[in-house]
Ligand binder design. Structure first.
Ligand code: FAD
Ligand code: SIN
Length: 532
């Protein structure tokens, strides 16, 4: 199949870019399952953006830098914050409705951990669903956009220029799950908008699609990836045996929610002056420490003092979901645990979302832009996605005239050597083992010994998965396992390379920050001397 622009992923990054690129060429969006299934669809809190007169760009920039713990790229933080209001206007113009105050004149701004001001635009407590709904509607109206569901990108198609050794991307191989065939897509520009990788861990707020595919795909193609050790654990995921991965938004703590132990005693005052609204890394570590000390499997988030009327109005989705699990949050505190939530690292991109590989871009959670540094400030992710997808659009539009007309011959996918496996248990077993290993050894608090142990295990799993991949017919499960294994290995390797504790990476063997470690952890394929 041929198009001007191939976009892989249909969350906020992929769809907002598709809408803009459709003005200048033909767009194909491939997406793994249903169009709306994405991390975006589950976002609760909102989009951090300066709106209020009492707020300022300087303050949002300062909060972002503080949270990033020394590793943010200052220029990136500055332009992202400053371009935020315009990009949010794009969403509003497409039809996204953010909640307004009672009089309907101003936006009802929420507050979240690490923000010194109220600046989170929200669509009630299901902001992401509102954004995704509108983007899907607009995309369906565009004739220039072809939307292909149940299409899983396998790998990129690249060549290397002999004279300069520069890599060039020409499209991707994509598994069409319904016809069980790998199709070849040729495009002038290809965009990875595949989102995050929460499924690398056992307990996560992310939906099933979040298997780090774009990162693994770019890494295999030779692109640099950075800061994979900085995995953000959200402090408050609902703890209930029937709840798969339901987030209890930080906005609850923004409205006065209090974290307590099972006994009802508060504990956050021991860890940070902002108590229950401290940055996420500090709260997640505090909860982890208290649970281990007391032998508890969860802590509590108490909202009972806010009253039913307020809770139902401000958090209708969360109120109802909790009620469905038998928890009336107006009457009893909500049991919560930390869960893998957001990967701050990803595919290295420049200020135009361009990767190291020519004609390959990466936008949204898949990318490492320099905005988040060692820790992401709440609600800065949706912001980053719209700012960088717009920048990618501008760059692609500007370079269009210079695009190389080189028509290389792309080989069709070769499926002739592979047979169907009768050993699918290998796939399901390794899925489970990989995620358990990551949760037990590469979680919120790390040690060198645990990381080395995890690395050994993951490399064994990787070898087994690789053999399976080469010999047998590919399936979506196998592709995802291959990718979470790759991403898991990258997280462990990056964690071993960072010999300090900073932001989201906490290693008991190096509990302090070190000036000499104040740099990004950059990894590429093929380097065997890893330095640990
Ligand atoms: P996604 O929205 O995850 O979209 C990725 C897309 O790529 C999906 O369509 C997926 O199916 C597709 N895909 C993946 N792999 C492949 C493949 N191999 N082939 C084809 N398609 C593929 N951030 C905020 O700023 N504010 C919030 O309030 C907030 N709340 C959150 C709440 C929850 C529960 C979660 C999980 C995250 C939250 N985040 C929030 C983070 C934010 O939602 C995400 O970082 C952001 O939505 C990512 O957008 P994206 O477009 O990059 O990726
Ligand atoms: C939340 O609503 O707590 C999630 C916000 C975010 O991840 O930015």
């Amino acid at each position: 199949m041929k198009c001007d622009f191939l976009i892989i992923g249909s969350g906020i990054a992929g769809l907002s870019l598709a809408l803009k690129l459709s003005r200048i060429g033909s767009v194909i969006v491939v997406t793994k399952t249903k169009i709306s299934e994405s991390n975006t669809n589950y976002a609760q809190g909102g989009v951090a953006v300066v709106q209020d007169e009492g707020d300022s760009f300087a303050s949002h920039i300062q909060d972002t830098l503080l949270c990033g713990d020394g590793l943010c790229n200052r220029d990136v933080v500055s332009f992202t914050v400053k371009e935020g209001p315009e990009r949010v206007n794009d969403l509003i113009n497409w039809g996204v409705s953010f909640t307004k105050t009672g009089e309907g004149l101003q936006y009802d701004l929420g507050k979240e951990g690490g923000h010194s001001k109220r600046r989170v635009l929200q669509g009630s407590d299901f902001t992401g669903r509102e954004i995704e709904r509108v983007l899907v509607e607009r995309v369906r109206e565009e004739e220039n956009i072809t939307m292909l569901e149940n299409h899983v990108a396998v790998d990129l198609i690249t060549t290397t220029k002999a004279a300069t050794e520069e890599k060039v991307c020409h499209g991707a191989y994509v598994l069409d799950v319904d016809s069980d065939r790998v199709k070849t897509f040729r495009s002038r520009s290809t965009v990875l908008a595949t989102g995050g990788a929460g499924k690398v861990y056992l307990v996560t707020t992310n939906p099933d699609i979040a298997t780090g595919d774009g990162i693994a795909i770019a890494y295999r193609a030779g692109a640099r990836c950075a800061n994979m050790e900085f995995f953000q654990f959200h402090p408050t995921c609902l703890y209930h045996e029937d709840a798969k991965s339901f987030l209890i938004s930080e906005a609850l703590r923004g409205e006065g929610g209090i974290l307590t132990l099972k006994s009802g005693n508060t504990f956050m005052d021991k860890y940070h002056s902002m108590e229950s609204l401290a940055p996420r890394d500090i709260i997640a570590r505090a909860i982890d420490a208290e649970m281990k000390k007391n032998g508890d499997s969860y802590v509590l988030l108490d909202m009972t003092h806010k009253g039913k009327d307020f809770l139902v109005k401000r958090f209708p989705n969360i109120y109802l979901q909790c009620l469905g699990f038998g928890i009336d949050m107006a009457k009893v505190p909500i049991p919560v645990v930390p869960a893998a939530h957001y990967l701050c690292g990803g595919v290295c991109v420049d200020e135009h979302a361009q990767t190291d590989i020519k004609n390959l871009f990466a936008c949204g959670e898949v990318a490492c832009t320099g905005l988040h540094g060692a820790n992401r400030l709440a609600s800065n992710s949706l912001l980053e996605a719209v700012v960088f997808s717009h920048r990618a659009y501008k760059k692609i539009a500007q370079d269009r005239g210079m695009a190389e007309g080189q028509e290389i011959t792309i080989p069709e996918w070769d499926a002739s050597r592979v047979t169907t496996s009768d050993e699918c248990v290998v796939v399901s077993h390794n899925w489970d083992e990989l995620r358990r290993c990551m949760s037990n050894y590469v979680g919120i608090v790390r040690t060198n010994k645990r990381l080395l142990r995890a690395h050994e295990r993951v490399r064994i799993i990787a070898a087994e998965v690789d053999e399976f991949y080469r010999r047998y017919h590919i399936t979506k499960d196998l592709l995802e396992l291959r990718n979470i294994t790759q991403v898991g290995e990258m997280i462990i390797r990056s964690a071993l390379l960072r010999k300090e504790s900073r932001g989201l990476h906490y290693n008991l063997d190096y509990p302090q920050k070190s000036d000499s470690a104040l740099r990004d952890t950059i990894i590429t394929k093929g380097i065997k001397d890893w330095g640990f």
